[in-house]
Design a binder for this molecule. Sequence first.
Ligand SMILES: Nc1ncnc2c1ncn2[C@@H]1O[C@H](COP(=O)(O)OP(=O)(O)OP(=O)(O)O)[C@@H](O)[C@H]1O
Length: 584
Amino acid sequence: MNNFQWIWQYVKVNRRKLIIATFLFLISTALILVNPYIMGQIVDQVIDGNKDSLLVPFLLVMIGATLVRTITRYLYQILFEQTGQNTLFDLRQDMYKKLQELDFDFFNHTRVGDIMTRMTGDTDAIRHFVSWVSYQVLECIFYFVVSIVIMGTINWKLTLALVAVTPVIYFLTQAMARAQHPVFFQIRQSFSRLNSMVEENISGNRVVKAFVREDFEIEKFNEHNEDYKKRNMDAANVSKRFLPWQDGVANSLSVIALVFGGYLVIKGEMTLGDLVVFNGYLWMLNQPMRMSGWLINDVERFLASCVKIRQMLAAKPKIEVRNAKNQVRVQGKVEFDHVSFHFADDPEHHVLTDINFTAQPGETVGIIGETGSGKTTLVNLIGRFYDPTSGTVAIDDRNAKDYPIRELRDNISMVMQDVFLFSNTIADNISFGRPHLDEQYVQSVARIADADNFIAKMPEGYETVVGERGVGLSGGQKQRISLARALAKDPSILILDDTTSAVDMETETKIQQELGKMTTKKTTFIIANRISSVRDADQILLMEKGRVVEHGTHDELMALHGKYYEVFQKQLGLEKGEQVGNTK
Ligand SMILES: Nc1ncnc2c1ncn2[C@@H]1O[C@H](COP(=O)(O)OP(=O)(O)OP(=O)(O)O)[C@@H](O)[C@H]1O
């Protein structure tokens, strides 16, 4: 399917509007033929033929035609605009739905600025094509064909002389389209890079300021800005190469009409009135020739945008999103059976190797290990943000791959390492996973997450609106709200990825005690750096380079006198080898 056929899928739902618009367009465009014809009649009949009485009726027809043309033109332009806007609306909706469907893998490889460019600039190029370029092209074709037919009936010799230049225009148009095609793709890419850079700079503005890198960022921006300007200048240069020729050829029509037409009048093969009529229609032949260059630019911009949007719409998530037919509550048994994993773009790097463990419903699993050892990746496999490359992750003895993904995720709550809050009220953030929760419930989960106190002290309590990404809150406060959000879902499986790293140990202990008191038991995974966060877990996995190197309870691991023991000692600030008395 080419890009025109593809966009037609969206446009065709507005068929009725388009038919009316085309009808009005034909009336409006046909009326344009009236005035030059009447002018010819005025010359021949009123001036040459001395029929003065015909002047007023002729003028009235001209005024009437102009009026009707103006009204119909206004109406069809509105209808085309509505079609364009409807197309834009549907397209954006499909793109947004697609974005919700795409998985971590897509977002790992696509910059936010690039996605934003597709959602805004590209969709607008398509709207512009549907609501403006399309009828401009139609208008040009109509003018071209009709002017040739009418001029041909007046004098075929002069018409032929004028039409003789059209192959030149055709050649120029083709050559320009070929030259512009790659340039518009480059403009599109450059614009996307510029947007991505700006987006990253805004998101990272605190880092930029903290490292006093404003000048560096300005320089980087200037490079992208310069590149974007250059690409646009490339397009302007291509236009500059062709447009004067197209204009020149279009202008030559008047000269041909005047010289050759004059000659035909002198020879008596044509009346002066005919020549006036001819001249009146000349712009209709002229216009498409002049417009062709500009329209090509618009069409090329449209094509470049189509490619980017279609790429995104065609992107397939590696993990298929199937809606849950019914709500199933899992018990929360989690089993890893010989699970290994590597990212698709880095098969040499074994992020997880042969992981085996079983967590019974309601158990707590602590995961510790140095940075980059695969802890986050391991828990990401539970909610199927990625699937294992080999081995099986089973939830309640059923392969996680066999669950409709939304059904599975409905049973899991994750507090991610990189806390993200929406720019919304605190209450709405907490009830994000389960909207319309009552106030008491929201407060009760906030209490468990030790967030109730500080929220209550805020100017508008739970109705306080937090800034983008939770600006206005401390790291620990954000973590606690995000924990409350996870608890509000009342999941069977709770995953806490470094959730209490930004709170003090006392608060952490308090949170853990509250979690333990919750009525419904949850299988809980706690990723932590501090052994104090996991020491009470039913089992602890100590990870190193993607492998579980030690596995057991705190006491079992301490008795091993291995890595865990070493870490524990270090964290207590004890010298290696010193006896650790009561470890509980
Ligand atoms: N999207 C990705 N593409 C390629 N490699 C990745 C990706 N995400 C993580 N990795 C790599 O996978 C390994 C494990 O990462 P992971 O985030 O699971 O570690 P972690 O133990 O949770 O670390 P930390 O304690 O620092 O959060 C790292 O070596 C990391 O470089």
